[in-house]
Design a binder for this molecule. Structure first.
Ligand SMILES: CC(C)(COP(=O)(O)OP(=O)(O)OC[C@H]1O[C@@H](n2cnc3c(N)ncnc32)[C@H](O)[C@@H]1OP(=O)(O)O)[C@@H](O)C(=O)NCCC(=O)NCCS
Length: 218
């Protein structure tokens, strides 16, 4: 399937989502890879991961880029040679990139029940009070995504989801919120936008996805 959806999250930041319906060979045939990317692809243990990696390259091509326009720094953060900021996420049947004029982080997560059990390990569970089970699952997934997205944006070793990144209270209906990173005696504020990807029942396993983006607030 070609591009599934685009989301304008600000005048200068746009998200692109690919729904992976192709098999490995079809994706592989349609992208050109650098030798280093080919080696990475060959080293990946699961075909799901390989397909996510290739679908991200399809998204590059949709935007006039190719694999040669991208490089990774020593921590694994992707950068484009032309200076446009990029962040990448893949999860099961979806791949996502965000392109922006400012530093930005993206995370895409399948919404699953096990997040409720894990929530006390990474978030303030008082933010989950008085919610239905489904909304608890959704909100905990947003908070996980906030922490992944800020981690990707900041890209510094030593950041812990539990000890350094804090979500401020929010309602799911708002589709936006704020969060803070308290790290090395500095407090940095972030604006968060999130959106549940509506699959209209098209997922055989019934799981929807949550997309989260983080940008530094002015
Ligand atoms: C790196 C990390 C953020 C990746 O997240 P993930 O949910 O596993 O995977 P995603 O598909 O969302 O993202 C993967 C992409 O993140 C990007 N990425 C990897 N390291 C990155 C970094 N240091 N900074 C920014 N982006 C990074 C890459 O583009 C990667 O995809 P690619 O290699 O195919 O291009 C995550 O594995 C991680 O290390 N998190 C921090 C550790 C932690 O605190 N975990 C929780 C403990 S409670």
């Amino acid at each position: 399937m070609p591009l599934f959806k685009t989301i304008d999250i600000s005048p200068t930041s746009k998200v692109f989502l690919w729904k992976i319906t192709e098999d490995f060979n079809e994706l592989f045939r349609n992208v050109t890879l650098k030798d280093t990317s080919l080696a990475r692809l060959e080293g990946m243990k699961s075909e799901g991961h390989q397909k996510g990696f290739l679908a991200v390259r399809m998204l590059f091509q949709h935007n006039g880029y190719d694999d040669f326009d991208l490089y990774y720094d020593d921590f694994g953060k992707p950068h484009l040679h032309d200076g446009t900021h990029i962040s990448i996420s893949h999860s099961f049947d979806f791949a996502a990139i965000v392109l922006s004029e400012c530093n930005i982080g993206i995370d895409l997560e399948q919404i699953k029940g096990k997040i409720i059990r894990l929530a006390p390990r990474f978030m303030d569970v008082s933010h989950l009070e008085n919610l239905s089970e489904t909304d608890t699952m959704r909100k905990a997934t947003v908070v996980w995504g906030i922490k992944e997205a800020i981690y990707k944006l900041k890209n510094e070793s030593g950041i812990s989801f539990q000890d350094h990144i804090f979500e401020n209270p929010f309602q799911l209906s708002e589709k936006k919120c704020s969060a803070e990173l308290h790290f090395k005696d500095i407090v940095q504020h972030y604006n968060i936008i999130f959106e549940e990807i509506d699959l209209e029942g098209s997922q055989p396993d019934g799981h929807n996805y949550m997309l989260v983006c983080a940008v530094e607030s002015e």
